[in-house]
Design a protein around this ligand. Sequence first.
Ligand SMILES: [Zn+2]
Length: 412
Amino acid sequence: MDCLKVLEIKKSKNRIDYQYECEGSWNNLLNLDERLFLEMEEDIENVPDSIAVIPLLVNILPIAWVYNLKIKVDAIDRNFFENLDKIKLGYINMYPQFSFLGKLEYDKIEDNKYDATNCGTLFSGGVDAYNTLLNHIDEKPELLTVWGADIKLDDVKGWERVKNNNQQASQKFNLKWFYVKSNFRTFIDINVLSKMVSSKIDGEWWHEFQHGIGILGLFAPLAFNHHYGNLYIASSMYKGMNIKYTCASDPTIDNNLKFACCNVFHDAFETNRQEKVKNICNYVKNNNIDDLKLRVCWQSSGGDNCSECEKCYRTILEILVLGYDPNKLGFAFSSEKRKVMMERLPKMDAVKENSYDFYRLAQNELLNNYSFDETPEDLKWLRDYKFKGKPNKFRKFLKKVKRKLKSILEKI
Ligand SMILES: [Zn+2]
C-alpha cells in the first residue's frame, strides 16, 4: 500500500509547515511543488503535534480512503482518531459508488485535555453563517474565516474586504474574529482528483469530498489554543429539500469530527433558507440593527453583493417577502434595480426549475404574510407562479449541448 509519511510538523511562531514523503500514487494526487502550510495571527508553537497534524489529515484522509493508500504519522489525538471510522461511514453512505479503504498508522496516541470554556463558528457573512451565529449568540462564539477557501491566496484586495466585513460583523456583536490562511485547496492535485470523481458522480473533489472536514480541521490548532468545547459550521443544505444531493459538508460527516475536548456541530440542518432569512430579519428588527452586511454574492469579487445575480436576487426576494428592506442587509437595491429584477426574475431558469425549493419557500412566505391586496404590486407575479419543477434528463441534456455549442462557437 503506497504510503505518505509525515516527517516533520514545523511550528514557527504563527505558522505550521508540513513535511512529508510520498510513495507511488500519492505523487500523482498531491501537488508536490507546494507543501501544506497554515498561518494564523497567534503563536501556535505550544500546540502538540497530535493536534497540529489534524489540518493535514482532514485534507488527505478522504484521498487515502478513496485510493486505498496509507498515511503514517508520529502522534495522533485520541478523540480525533477514535471517531474517524464514523466520518468514513458518513462518506460510505453518501457515495456507494466508491470503496473507502486506506489506512492511518501512528506511533503514539495522545489524550489532549483542557477545560472547555470557549467556542467558535465558521463565518463567511452569508445567510447560513449569520443564522448560525445568531442561534449561538449567547455562547459568545469566536468568528472564524479561512483565507484560501473561496478567496484565493493571491487575491489580497478581495481578502482585505472580507476581513473588513468580518471584523465589522464581529465588532457589531462584540465578538472576536480570527482567521487561518492556508493553501489547503492547492497542495492537492485538484484536477486529477476531480476528474476521477466526475467519472463516477456529477460533482468534483472540493464539493463532494473536501470542503466540510477540510475547512473545520484547519482550526484544530486554534481551537486547542482557545480551549474550544464546540465548533459550529452552518448547514447550507436542509433536511427537507425536495432534491437528492450529495455534499461533503453533511451532519453525518462533520458531526463526527472531534479532537481534544472539542465537538463539531453541523448547525441548523433542520432550518430552510427562508426561515434563516426570517431569523436574521427578526433579530435585526428586534435589536434595531440597520446595517448588517450579508455576503451572498458569487459574481462580484471581493465581498460586496452585486445585487443583480441569481443568488443576490434570490436573497433580496427572501427579504422582500418578509417586508424588510434589502438595503439594510448589505444590498444596494435602488427602485430602478428593483424594477429590472422583477422583470428578469420570473424568466430565469433557476426560478422556473426551482430545483432547491428556495423560490417555493419564498412564495409560501409571501402568501403567509400578505393578502392579495396587501401584496406589493411588483411581487404579485410570485403569488400564483407555477414552478416547472426539477429539470428532467432531456432538458439537462439539451442544456449541456447548448453549453458545448456555445464554447465551440466562442473558440471559432
Ligand atoms: Zn450577486
